[in-house]
Design a protein around this ligand. Structure first.
Ligand code: CP
Length: 315
């Protein structure tokens, strides 16, 4: 595997899961792979889990890890080709990326959707410039349309907690005060479909995800109906795709509470974090014994380490 930007980059889901459980059971057993190798982690946006877990994963594999916050202490980077650079961005990605590539064996990139242009976001202009010009493998640490390290950790977590071979997994929209990208739900749908779980996506009308992610899956607009008999509830907010980047609803009836959880099959509650309590989920649900948000976040080290191991083995 050279780059990691989606589930489609994996050799197979089965191989990836085997790698995940291998590194989970033996986190320091593969340090020879990363010896004298450097990973640069580039953050265009804030992070807690991705920053710490990916750095830890690289270090567990014996790599040096360098973190760069692009907007704090580095030159602001221009991403559009052909612009007259007379604004506040003194360096272009076209120079910065190969320079960083000359210092790194692997580069991790976090670059969210800007919501300025649906076309630019869904063409992944920043991530693809890294892939084109860095000369080294690129790992998406959440791009405009996908968050594959999160989805991989979600998959590992579901595999650990599921009681039946093909659990019912429900992705539910929930309200949020700000417009959030579709990267997490897009990616979650992609990975859950690849795993062939019984996936149900529920949200208010107007929040349909891009057809390239949903495929033939139809949304269920009745949240209570979606929750019936569910084994896993995955809550997330996202802004509208069709009315791109807009907030169409803040309906607090969609906040996940015991009202909905009580009709599930004692479902485990999941969220990628950070989570806005009593907007996305009530205190009692996220603090309940069925909430697995902390082991889910802990598995971010596992997914990152499995991905880095596979890339290091192919260098
Ligand atoms: N889930 C996730 O990616 O968390 P951070 O934004 O804190 O990295």
């Amino acid at each position: 595997m050279r780059h990691f930007t989606s589930v489609y980059d994996l050799p197979s889901l089965e191989v990836a899961l085997n790698e995940a459980f291998l590194v989970k059971n033996n986190p320091f057993g593969f340090q020879h792979l990363g010896k004298n190798k450097t990973m640069v982690l580039m953050f265009f946006n804030s992070s807690l889990r991705t920053r710490l877990s990916t750095q830890k994963a690289a270090q567990n594999l014996g790599m040096n890890a360098i973190v760069l916050d692009v907007n704090q202490g580095a030159w602001k980077l221009e991403t559009e080709r052909g612009v007259i650079m007379d604004g506040d961005k003194p360096e272009h990605l076209l120079e910065a990326v190969p320079v960083i590539g000359s210092y790194a064996d692997i580069i991790g990139v976090r670059s969210f959707a800007s919501f300025e242009s649906k076309e630019a976001d869904y063409n992944e202009v920043v991530l693809n410039q890294f892939i084109k010009y860095a000369g080294v493998p690129i790992v998406s640490m959440e791009a405009a349309t996908r968050h594959p390290l999160q989805s991989f950790a979600d998959l590992v977590t579901i595999e650990e907690y599921k009681k039946v071979k093909r659990p019912k997994v429900v992705l539910t929209w929930a309200p949020h005060p700000r417009a959030l990208p579709q990267a997490v739900p897009n990616s979650f749908v992609e990975w859950m479909r690849a795993a062939d779980y019984d996936l149900v996506v529920t949200h208010p009308e107007g929040y349909e995800l891009a057809p390239e992610f949903m495929g033939d899956l139809k949304p269920e607009y009745d949240q209570m109906k979606a929750f019936e008999g569910a084994d896993f509830i995955y809550a997330k907010n996202w802004a509208s795709y069709s009315d791109y980047g807009k907030i169409l609803s803040k309906d607090m009836n969609w906040t996940v509470s015991t009202r909905q959880m009580d009709i599930t099959n004692e479902a485990k509650f999941m969220h990628c974090l950070p989570v806005r309590r009593n907007m996305i989920v009530t205190d009692d649900v996220i603090e309940s014994p069925n909430s697995i948000v902390i082991p889910e976040a802990a598995n971010r080290v596992v997914s990152a380490q499995a991905v880095l191991k596979m890339i290091l083995e192919s260098l």
